[in-house]
Design a protein around this ligand. Structure first.
Ligand code: F6R
Length: 611
């Protein structure tokens, strides 16, 4: 959570920072602030969006070529001007921006209070900046050394950037558990939570590692560990186009990202699949392929939408690769004492690669000896750096807070993994393997056909935009899609929505059905078709209003329901890649019609780096 951007170089810092904060706003958007150094440290901060901060800062003295900026997702203290970052130290000599949580802040704060410090905000971050100042005063050391010593005492997660009045040309950054990227330009440096605010200036970046401290001074970057061991910065070349992080004519990032799916799914398969030759290779897995093939059990970890992708994978892996699969909420797994055996393998799914619960679950599984595979989108993020092997989904930046193209990218990778294992294990026939490769290659074109349903979905959205509740039902591979459809709707439109396996309806949710209750059935012509037809009849008999996702040419369900949306045929295992598209569109249009801020839904943020 929270977005960080800092600049030190020859340009005016403020415009770089404000633009960067707008790009990072998806990470948090309850307040924002900047600090600029120009003979003195000037701090401007405001509750609300980055645009509110910008409006407030206009007319103030914003000159200066060194500055830091922050967009916040509140953890300690409500969103208001005072709790917004940056935070001054008591002497106003140091300012700090922070992403993460300092878990032992209360005891540090008490010590500082005993020493006469006072605090203006309720944040753990203000405690940290004062702690650093206190260490510097007590030890009588440089600011860099004080930061290093203070961070050795801190428990929790942080990405911080600090500038100070006494060392005007110096910028200090450090991380543990929250991401930081340093962009290296011509006589200029950028420090940010991710590469999106950096890419238009430079494609050369250094990813800071956990427990590392970076010092930018006199046009040079020095990195050392918190144990004072000097590190040589490893410069990565970013493969990211500016177009990928702009809206490109779409009203919202979410809509753009929904419409990008033919390309993003195709990119997930590029160079990996060749149906003509019958080849499939996820290069990142090769080294550990024998572990995957001989696994007694696969444990899948994820949160939210990534967990839903894991549920689809459970059906696919068990069906094709005949290996038992357990899908776990990372946030639950990590607090249990899970049983991991020698021959288990773990697959961790995460779009951002930064989700704190998933990271902690991975560490736990690793400590018990498991081999971990990552399925991530953000290149260089924390999860791909701690897993043994994995595959990127190559969906490109996902900026809309609601996950869309990452879900289909994850499904595509998980399907390829299952096929790779199944083929090597011999648990599927050559002809079924070949057929699925062909079907998979055709998915991008079929997603394109689903996107042509946009206008129809918009029409249906108009009918249902004012309801208070929604039920989503599906069976088999499409049960997780029901969960995902419900999640998309509730998170961006604030309509209460539940997803259920359609067969579970009779065990409780059927009591909710009346003429007020819209029910979305995901009902392609698959092995549970007859059963789901019965479920639809049960809802209609109780006057429920039904929207059904069906296959092209379906007449049976079409005649039963109020609205039907026809998607192309594909193999049963692959239908989630298509059936989710109209559900994404439905949620999007309903949210827009209700006047919701689709890309920045309330209370949410894109990467959940808090626990
Ligand atoms: C829903 C959504 C969240 C994320 C979840 C996990 O639209 O975006 O539920 O799926 O926070 O995030 P990642 O995949 O980044 O670990």
């Amino acid at each position: 959570m929270c977005g960080i951007i800092a600049y030190s170089g020859h340009r005016e810092a403020y415009p770089v920072i404000i633009k960067g904060l707008k790009r990072l706003e998806y990470r948090g958007y309850d307040s924002a602030g900047v600090a600029i150094f120009n003979q003195d440290l000037q701090v401007y901060k405001k509750k609300g969006r980055v645009s509110d901060l910008d409006a407030y800062a206009q007319g103030q003295d914003l000159h200066g070529t060194v500055g830091i900026g922050h967009t916040r997702w509140a953890t300690h203290g409500e969103p208001n001007d005072v709790n917004a970052h940056p935070h001054y130290s008591q002497s106003k000599n140091i300012v700090l921006i922070h992403n993460g949580i300092i878990e032992n802040y209360a005891s540090i704060k008490q010590d500082l209070l005993n020493k006469g410090y006072s605090f203006h905000s309720e944040t753990d971050s203000e405690v940290l900046v004062n702690f650093i100042e206190d260490v510097q005063q007590n030890v009588g050391c440089s600011l860099v050394e004080a930061v290093r010593l203070a961070l050795q005492k801190v428990v929790g997660a942080y990405a911080i950037v600090i500038i100070s009045k006494d060392n005007p040309g110096q910028m200090i950054a450090a991380r543990k558990g929250s991401p930081l990227v340093i962009g290296i330009g011509e006589r200029e440096f950028f420090v940010a939570s991710d590469a999106t605010p950096i890419i238009e200036y430079t494609n050369e970046v250094v990813y800071l590692d956990d427990q590392e401290l970076a010092v930018i001074e006199d046009g040079e970057l020095h990195i050392k560990s918190l144990d004072s061991i000097e590190k040589t910065p490893y410069i990565h070349k970013l493969d990211l186009e500016l177009d990928a992080i702009e809206k490109g004519g779409f009203e919202h990032f979410m809509l753009k990202e929904i419409f990008e799916q033919p390309k993003s799914v195709s990119d997930s398969m590029r160079g990996r699949i060749n149906s003509t030759e019958g080849t499939l290779l996820l290069g990142g897995l090769i080294e550990y392929i024998n572990r995957l093939v001989s696994a007694d059990r696969i444990i899948i970890l994820g949160c939210g939408t990534s967990w839903h992708a894991g549920l689809v994978a459970e059906y696919i892996f068990e069906e094709l690769a005949r290996v038992p699969v357990e899908v776990e909420y990372a946030s639950e797994f990590r607090y249990r004492n899970p049983i991991i055996r020698e021959n288990d393998v773990v697959i961790a799914i995460s779009q951002s690669g930064e989700t704190a619960d998933t990271l902690a679950a991975i560490e736990l599984a690793k400590s018990k000896g498991a081999i971990i595979f990552g399925v991530c989108n953000v290149v260089g993020a924390s999860i791909p750096r701690v897993t043994h092997a994995g595959a990127y989904i190559h969906a490109g930046p996902e900026i809309g807070v609601a996950s869309t193209k990452a879900f289909t990218g994850q499904l595509s990778i998980l399907m390829m993994m299952a096929l790779m294992i199944a083929h090597r294990k011999g648990t599927i026939t050559e002809s079924r393997y070949r057929k699925l490769l062909v079907e998979l290659e055709q998915i991008p074109a079929k997603i394109e056909q689903c996107l042509a349903l946009n206008a129809q979905t918009q029409y249906i959205a108009e009918v249902f935009k004012d309801v208070r509740n929604f039920l989503y039902l599906g069976r088999g591979y499409n049960f997780p899609v029901a969960l995902e459809g419900a999640l998309k709707l509730k998170e961006i439109s604030y309509i209460h929505a539940e997803g259920y396996p359609a067969a579970e309806m009779k065990h409780g949710p059927i009591a909710l059905i009346d003429e007020e209750m819209p029910v979305v059935f995901i009902a392609p012509h698959d092995s549970s078709y007859e059963k789901i037809v019965s479920n639809i009849q049960e809802v209609k008999a109780r006057k429920g209003r039904v929207i059904a996702i069906v296959n092209e040419g379906d007449t049976v369900i079409k005649n039963l329901v109020d609205f039907s949306i026809e998607i192309p045929y594909t193999s049963e295992e692959l239908t989630p890649l298509l059936s989710v598209i109209p559900l994404q569109l439905l949620a999007y249009h309903i949210a827009v019609m209700r006047g919701c801020d689709v890309d920045r839904p309330r209370n949410l943020a894109k990467s959940v780096t808090v626990e």
